[in-house]
Write a protein that binds this ligand. Sequence first.
Ligand SMILES: Nc1ncnc2c1ncn2[C@@H]1O[C@H](COP(=O)(O)OP(=O)(O)OP(=O)(O)O)[C@@H](O)[C@H]1O
Ligand SMILES: CCCC(=O)O
Length: 356
Amino acid sequence: MKILVINPGSTSTKLAVYEEVEPVWKQSVFHPAKELAQFHHINEQYEYRRTHVLDALRRANIPMAFDAVVARGGILKPIPGGVYRIDERMKHDLWHSSMEHASNLAALIADEFAKEIGCPAFIADPVVTDELRDVARLSGIPEIPRLSVFHALNSRAVSRRYAASIRRKYEELNLVVAHLGGGISVSAHHHGRVVDVNNALNGEGPFSPERAGTVPARQLVDLCFSGKYTQAEIRKLLNGKGGLLAYLGTTDVQTIVRWAHAGNAKHKLVLEAMVYTVAKQIGAMHVALHGQTDAIILTGGIANNAYVISLLREWIEGLARIVVLPGEDEMEALAMNALGVLKGELPLQEYGVNEE
Ligand SMILES: Nc1ncnc2c1ncn2[C@@H]1O[C@H](COP(=O)(O)OP(=O)(O)OP(=O)(O)O)[C@@H](O)[C@H]1O
Ligand SMILES: CCCC(=O)O
């Protein structure tokens, strides 16, 4: 079976073709900032991204003949994880999404291609995957419920990979997964269900290369009303221009580590502070698993760095077994989810049903 995978990110569109479990083609189409600058909203990039995908397939002589097209899910309504058929309701919600995110375009493009080809189109484990326990939903202000937005696709994929490596089922284990990327999420997986996690897009949890994480609420309110920033600027401080970027002017952790090793005290302090916030979030998720954590999995781009991992170990050693699975393979995770459905090994869920 042949599967086309589409994963648009903020600066690139990643594409892959899988034949069964084998990746037979992978390409990342880079979108220079100058080209993207012509668009004011993500939705305006639809034609541009779609054309780039078609051109890349054409250049690689790949015919438009697939058994399924699978796309990264965007900012939809909160839904349990799993594989979903792309339907009209989903497309409507993506066109009218509450937040701009490049992944909002994925299912729209996938559905158009799938209709032309005459094959099914899916998304899997979107960032809005929400399986929180009821007690995890209360923030302390009734108008502000907590929401689950995190690196669901990679966190679940590495969890399954780890479970397979010890010949256990993911659904039998309690895992804390720290995804250390441009954004950072730390999720508590209780027997296959993500019962708690920091909302990685909405100002919760550790600070990250480009995000602020949790900040003191009262001071944030004062800043919002200080007249110094617009609403959009404040949002950007929290998500996009916060974290390492705000303190050090870069999101490049390798460069920051080099500066820290060269004796730069500020770089060392900020890096250690970020790691400290991650360690505290891991502790919180360990508690969300009643302290019965089978393993703590460290993943994402930053997990490639042995020095950062050693700093983290200093705080969390002794809580549970620590497993480092650096990087991410969202393309493989998407392809395997689609293959699972085509083979009848995974259930296919419907997005538009059970509407209130
Ligand atoms: N070998 C490495 N050592 C240290 N940091 C690294 C290394 N490789 C990548 N990174 C860091 O990882 C971060 C990016 O990680 P990743 O590629 O997982 O994130 P992303 O895909 O941009 O965002 P997200 O994971 O939030 O979707 C950057 O801060 C980058 O500097
Ligand atoms: C919140 C997960 C996705 C992202 O970091 O953009």
